[in-house]
Ligand binder design. Structure first.
Ligand code: PGA
Length: 263
């Protein structure tokens, strides 16, 4: 069965004190309500607050995974401003995002770099959430499935089957991110089914049936329930709503309460 997985992508928000407070509020509530029994949970602070959040999670012996929003594919060297997978592990990070739409479309990363990042993080023993999704004009042109397929095939090129147990996909339609417009549960489910079929053609049906596919894009407490009960939606990647403890927790609760999925 696939355990749901909810990530909170804080993006470039908060400061040191607010990062500590949010991490502490989440760790406390998740432990008290034992939400981690039915749901994996990760938070992705800005690089500079990873240490602060790490210390909070350590002091609470929290099961919440510490995530990073990005990683550079090379292990070390003259890459000013970048951070390697080994450095992230050294700071207690266990999961990284690759291919987030803001890195693709605001910062200009291409599929080849995203693939190198994905492979470097997996090779280093980290978990990876590979984010994919179509832009509005691509959706309007009927290209949603083709874009997702291209981003999956390119992002996962040469990823060894032995690393798939540390891979999660996040389907995040770009037009739904930060806009308040989420995909309908039926549209999201449809996209997830097609993504799983691409994963099956790459890695076989059994492996594809075990890979979790999160939905992302304007998920909040009020729409999480209907999204999380879809049979191929295995949790969510949450931006804006992850900055408020109660809102994020209500999404985690919805994911934890959803019926078991997979075989
Ligand atoms: P949002 O962001 O929840 O603010 O739409 C989602 C994401 O970028 O992962």
């Amino acid at each position: 069965m696939r355990k749901p997985f909810v990530g909170g992508n804080w993006k470039m928000n908060l400061n040191a004190a607010a990062s500590r407070t949010l991490a502490d509020d989440l760790a406390r509530a998740i432990a008290t309500d034992r939400l981690d029994q039915a749901c994996d949970i990760a938070i992705f602070p800005p690089f500079v607050y990873i240490r602060h959040v790490h210390n909070v999670l350590r002091d609470r012996s929290s099961s919440v995974m510490l995530g990073a929003q990005d990683v550079w594919p090379e292990p070390s060297g003259a890459f000013t401003g970048e951070v390697s997978a080994a450095m992230l592990k050294d700071c207690g990070v266990s999961v990284v995002l690759t291919g987030h739409s803001e890195r693709r479309h605001v910062i200009g990363e291409g599929d080849e770099l995203i693939n190198r990042k994905t492979r470097a993080a997996l090779d280093a023993g980290l978990q990876v959430i590979l984010c994919i999704g179509e832009k509005l004009e691509e959706r309007t042109a009927g290209q949603t499935d083709a874009v997702n397929e291209r981003q999956l095939r390119a992002g996962l090129a040469n990823v060894p089957a032995g690393h798939l147990n540390r891979l999660t996909i996040a389907y995040e339609p770009v037009w739904a991110i930060g806009t308040g417009k989420n995909a309908t549960p039926a549209d999201a489910q449809d996209a997830h089914t097609k993504c799983r079929a691409v994963l099956a053609s790459l890695f076989g049906a059994d492996a594809a049936g075990r890979i979790r596919i999160q939905y992302g894009g304007s998920v909040k407490g009020s729409n999480a329930g209907e999204l999380m009960t879809q049979p191929d939606i295995d949790g969510g990647l949450i931006g804006g709503a992850s900055l408020k403890a109660e809102e994020f927790l209500s999404i985690v609760r919805a994911a934890a309460a959803a019926p078991a999925k997979g075989r």
